[in-house]
Design a binder for this molecule. Structure first.
Ligand code: IDP
Ligand code: MG
Length: 140
């Protein structure tokens, strides 16, 4: 296992309900270090480009609208095995399928408004981090 970095997004449903700190506590308790963090309002172009991989899926338009419906918190998380560790504590995409204690089981509103994003591979993590952060903004 190696030290990895992964991209996390706390989504608008969670920032709206003032859950940033509670979600960060789940990450930190799991050993994930928050080595970069910024709260931003995404533009439609940014959200559309970030989720371009889902362009052909029926929920793409609604997903982009949801992601710009309020501020998000963009984060870089660092740990041994960070990509898998983060996905584990996020829980399944659909909160109905998410294991107890995971962020999505505890906080998500729906399969769309599911509170958090996490990179799904190390290769995607590198690209997603680069999409939102300059290297100088990440302090390990
Ligand atoms: P993930 O976030 O668990 O990796 P993906 O399949 O990559 O799940 O989907 C990206 C995001 O798109 C999800 O987190 C969720 O917000 C939204 N999404 C996924 N499936 C559906 C769906 O069936 N209906 C509405 N939104 C969905
Ligand atoms: Mg995904």
């Amino acid at each position: 296992m190696a030290v990895e970095r992964t991209l996390s997004i706390i989504k608008p449903d969670a920032t709206r309900r003032n859950l940033t700190g509670k979600i960060n506590a789940v990450f930190e308790d799991a050993g994930l270090r928050i080595v970069a963090q910024k709260r931003v309002q995404l533009t439609e172009a940014q959200a559309g480009a970030f989720y371009a991989v889902h362009k052909e899926r029926p929920f793409y338009g609604e997903l982009v609208s949801f992601m710009i419906s309020g501020p998000v918190v963009l984060q870089v998380l660092e740990a041994e095995n960070a990509v898998a560790k983060h996905r584990d504590v996020m829980g399944a995409t659909n909160p109905k399928d998410a294991a107890p204690g995971t962020v999505r089981a505890e906080f998500a509103e729906s399969i769309e408004a599911n509170s958090v994003h996490g990179s799904d591979s190390l290769e995607n993590a590198v690209n997603e981090i680069r999409f939102f952060f300059a290297e100088t903004e990440i302090v390990g």
